[in-house]
Write a protein that binds this ligand. Structure first.
Ligand code: UD1
Ligand code: CA
Length: 462
């Protein structure tokens, strides 16, 4: 006895009005299909089989190679999709879970309860249903006087009485192999959409006197299917709430969870405080006791314990323990900040190493630079790293002191403990301990200011 999960992901998603296959649209930073596959993978199920179709190559590229797939060349409906997958079933796979790829909120717990209800009921089919305040767009569940399942009627095929039903099909089912395969053979396209409806399997099996059960989802919201951009936004808001709740449960403070955006792949250590309007995206890993925000975007980065980041954008960078970033810093890919280092107000850094305890506090651009430990880069200093053709590196050794408004014309090296004079354009290396200064001598011209009439002076400076 084996079990398999068939995930339906072949549809184009016409209602999304997009060139991107529907299941690849993202919520909280990940394609909706990824959430479904993660949940299915956590079940005690032997194999997962994804039905691909529209944008098959793109969708396949997004899924784990351990997950099998079949291609439904023409998307003739959910029944046709399962029929296509059925041809790829192995001989021993006799319990079949079917899920749509567009219901990312479904939880492990709900799926486990569905599988349990199916086994306990020894049913031919068990359908997960949900009661929705607004059932518009979903297939309605029709029961007989005794409460037994009779059939599912798609909204476009439903009359007013049927449309008034609030119990809907979630498109999640468990089937026993033999009755399913038999019913799939009997599907036809006599409906308003001219599709092979998987939902018709319920009516066929019930009509044959097979045991057809329904299990209701505890929380109807987790069965939400995404067909439109509005539903995508709705599901994303629910997912965000779930992710945020999870991190708060793990000991992270979110000052305003409704204004905090944490992606599905991010990791955050305890006692970190996150202020509003902070976006933590991609495979970002945040340590313990950090202070992030307000207003930050942190993407695919690592932030070590105790670091502080405010009002800044960080992409693919590595921020050391107790380091300080912002406000208003742009930290671009390849930047590595050592422990206790600082990139301050209006500083941009790219592909730059800033050693332990070194500081770039104000208004600077550090590109392709290697800064040693305990160096100080004065306000307004800039690495001139690009000569119009190539990028060159700037080396600033330990304890160097870069005077304000220094232009470091790369390639150039400032030796250990060396100093540059404020306002210098440094084109030659400055040896260890030396002062490099490049600027004209100051000239003072006395009596320059035109003498004002006594009366004006008195009016200006009473
Ligand atoms: C379907 C159900 C409806 C249910 C709703 C729940 C049918 C006929 N209708 O409607 O009863 O209330 O889900 O969300 O089953 N797909 C394929 N191949 C196809 C067609 C669809 O793989 O040929 C996939 C889609 O990619 C999608 C899933 O099947 O992931 C469901 O298809 P969709 O068109 O979204 O069905 P709904 O109209 O939402
Ligand atoms: Ca759907």
């Amino acid at each position: 006895m084996g079990s398999v999960a068939i995930v339906l992901a072949a549809g184009e998603g016409t209602r999304m009005k997009s060139v991107i296959p529907k299941v690849l649209h993202q919520l909280c930073d990940r394609p909706m299909l990824a959430y479904v596959l993660d949940t299915v993978t956590a079940l005690a199920i032997d194999r997962t089989l994804v039905v691909l179709g529209f944008g098959a190559d793109q969708v396949r590229a997004s899924i784990d190679t351990a997950v099998d797939s079949v291609v439904q060349e023409e998307q003739l409906g959910t029944g046709h999709a399962v029929k296509t997958a059925a041809r790829a079933l192995r001989a021993d796979e006799d319990q079949i879970l079917v899920l749509p790829g567009d219901a990312p909120l479904i939880t492990l717990d709900t799926l486990q309860r569905l599988l349990q209800a199916h086994r306990q009921g020894a049913a031919a089919a068990t359908m997960l249903t949900a009661v929705l305040p607004d059932p518009a767009g979903y297939g309605r569940v029709v029961r007989d006087a005794g409460g037994e399942l009779v059939r599912v009627v798609e909204e476009s095929d439903a009359d007013d009485v049927t449309r008034a039903i609030h119990e809907v099909n979630t498109s999640i089912y468990v089937f026993a192999r033999k009755p399913l395969l038999g019913a799939l053979e009997r599907l036809d396209r006599s409906n308003t959409q001219s599709e092979y409806y998987l939902t018709d399997v319920i009516q066929i099996l019930a009509g044959q006197g097979e045991r057809v059960l329904a299990a209701q989802a505890g929380d109807a919201l987790e069965t939400l299917g995404i067909n439109s951009r509005a539903q995508l936004a709705e599901a994303a808001a629910l997912m965000r709430r779930r992710i945020n709740r999870g991190w708060m449960d793990e000991g992270v403070t979110l000052e305003d969870p409704a204004m905090t955006y944490i992606g599905g792949l991010a990791r955050i250590g305890r006692d970190t405080v996150i202020r509003p309007l902070t976006f933590i995206a991609g495979a970002t890993v945040i340590g313990e006791g950090c202070l992030l925000g307000p207003s930050c975007r942190i993407q695919n980065s690592r932030i070590a314990d105790g670091a502080r980041v405010q009002e800044s954008v960080l992409v693919e960078c590595d921020i050391g323990e107790n380091a300080d970033v912002g406000p208003y810093a742009s930290v671009r890919p390849g930047t590595v900040l050592g422990p206790g280092a600082k990139l301050g107000t209006f500083v941009e850094a790219k592909n730059t190493k800033v050693g332990r305890g070194s500081k770039v506090p104000h208004l600077s651009y550090m590109g392709d630079a290697d800064i040693g430990e305990n160096a100080n880069v004065g306000a307004g200093s800039i690495t001139c790293n690009y000569d119009g053709e190539k990028k060159h590196r700037t080396v600033i050794e330990d304890e160097a002191f870069i005077g304000s408004d220094t232009m470091l014309v790369a390639p150039v090296k400032i030796g250990r403990g060396a100093v540059t004079g404020a306002g210098s354009a440094i084109t030659k290396d400055v040896p260890e301990g030396a002062l490099g200064v490049e600027r004209a001598q100051q000239k003072n011209i006395s009596g320059w200011r035109p003498r004002r009439k006594k009366g004006e002076d008195e009016r200006d400076n009473p």
